[in-house]
Ligand binder design. Structure first.
Ligand SMILES: Nc1ncnc2c1ncn2[C@@H]1O[C@H](COP(=O)(O)OP(=O)(O)O)[C@@H](O)[C@H]1O
Ligand SMILES: CC(=O)OP(=O)(O)O
Ligand SMILES: [Mg+2]
Length: 400
């Protein structure tokens, strides 16, 4: 039985990303500490799920069977989590579940309860995020099948950027096109919202200032925060823009896609696969999309080229956002690579030396909360990503 007042009930937060679904169960009250959290691996070497208690102890571990459980579309992983949750919760009612939904389009700029109509509207956004949107909505459907009465809430990755200035949203295309929603949206908004809130708690001066947050995971983007609000970000119309990512290309001259289509006969599906799954660190290194693997093979020249390009493009994009912000007070690293890779942080900070960024090498090596030196003109921090907490707050607000 969970160690809290059972009558109060609990809420579930599901964060479907490109390589996993993270989940957390919380007491339905002001307490932000999850009762349990875990991760569903989709595909990969060991599909299945694992859950941890409040102290990080493994309390459930289950491998998917060999009968197609790795298929994300049918979300058997979620079913396994729900079965486990039924036991874990005992008589405690589950009051609601919240989901990270990658695309809210022009219509959904705030969290909302998912009705049949909302779900149908979110389905129509799939062409805007062809791989992520179905992955976001699959857990919604799986939960609806498992618990038809459960209230579900959608929390949008795009919403945090909905009020960026017009120049940051606009593409230099004819208005007949941009009027149809072809514009820059930005993503990873739940992660940025969490960091903005954290900064207001732990570094209020920085929270009011000009800060760039580097969300470096499988997908990667930067967000320029002024007074805690997004004023620009590196992902745009799609999750392909901006930084070099694990398997995505980042910023790419559109002429390349025209050339591939015309001269090399690439059709839509082949182009999509190339840009989403075969490019980025994987494409350049020819070895892996995983930063840990790449760091272990730095003596391999294509691996080093991939790392060099990753850092170079990060530094260029940071410089672009410094211009948008008219300067820089803070730089915050978050998500898998951002939190766990001193090498990437050290190289990026070295490339930003011209801005007065100075690193405390020892603090960086142990991924301390503050990794800039005392004489640095920019405060550099490391903060764990916690999209689940943002989802928790949205659920409590919507069902409260
Ligand atoms: N300890 C680590 N050292 C280096 N890289 C790591 C470490 N842990 C995770 N990563 C990197 O983080 C990536 C996943 O980040 P994460 O934020 O969990 O991604 P997502 O939420 O997009 O699935 C992995 O591909 C891996 O490259
Ligand atoms: C928006 C996006 O790229 O998400 P992820 O990092 O989970 O792939
Ligand atoms: Mg993520």
């Amino acid at each position: 039985m969970p160690p809290y007042s059972a009558e109060a009930g609990a809420v579930l937060a599901l964060n479907a990303g490109s390589s996993s679904v993270k989940f957390a169960v919380y007491p339905a009250g002001p307490e932000a500490r999850p009762l349990a959290r875990g991760e569903v691996e989709i595909g990969g070497a060991r599909p299945g799920f694992v859950a941890y208690d409040r102290d990080g102890k493994t309390i459930a571990q289950q491998s998917a069977q060999d009968d197609g459980d790795a298929d994300r579309g049918s979300m058997p992983g979620i079913k396994a989590v729900m079965d486990w949750l039924d036991t874990f919760m005992g008589d405690t009612p589950l009051l609601g579940a919240g989901h990270r939904v990658v695309h809210g389009g022009e219509r959904f700029t705030a969290p909302c309860v998912i009705t049949d109509q909302v779900l149908a509207a979110l389905d129509t956004l799939t062409p805007l995020a062809p791989l992520h949107q179905p992955a976001s909505l699959a857990p919604v459907r799986a939960l609806r099948d498992h618990r038809p009465q459960l209230r579900q809430v959608a929390c949008f990755d795009t919403a945090f950027h909905a009020h960026m200035p017009d120049v940051a949203q606009r593409l230099a295309l004819p208005r007949t096109i941009t009027d149809q929603g072809v514009r820059r949206y930005g993503f990873h908004g739940l992660s940025y919202e969490h960091i903005a809130r954290r900064l207001s708690d732990i570094a209020p001066a920085l929270a009011k200032g000009r800060t760039i947050v580097a969300h470096l995971g499988s997908g990667a983007s930067l967000c320029a925060l002024r007074d805690g609000k997004s004023i620009d970000t590196t992902m745009g119309f799609s999750v392909l823009d901006g930084l070099v990512m694990g398997t995505r290309c980042g910023h790419l001259d559109p002429g390349v896609t025209l050339y591939l289509a015309q001269a090399l006969g690439y059709d839509h599906d082949r182009l999509q696969h190339l840009l989403y799954h075969e490019s980025g660190l994987l494409g350049v290194s020819g070895r892996s999309a995983d930063m840990r693997d790449l760091l272990a093979h730095r003596d391999d020249p294509p691996v080093m080229q991939a790392l060099d390009l990753y850092i170079y493009r990060l530094a260029r994009e940071v410089a672009g956002l410094v211009s948008a912000l008219d300067g820089l007070d803070g730089l915050v690293f978050t998500a898998g690579v951002g939190e766990h890779t001193p090498y990437v942080r050290a190289r990026l900070c070295a490339a930003l030396g011209w801005l007065g960024v100075r690193l405390d090498t020892q603090a960086n090596d142990r991924s301390a909360p503050t990794i800039s030196a005392a004489d640095s003109a920019v405060q550099v921090r490391v903060e764990p990503a916690d999209e689940e907490d943002v989802i928790r707050r949205c659920v409590l607000q919507q069902i409260g």
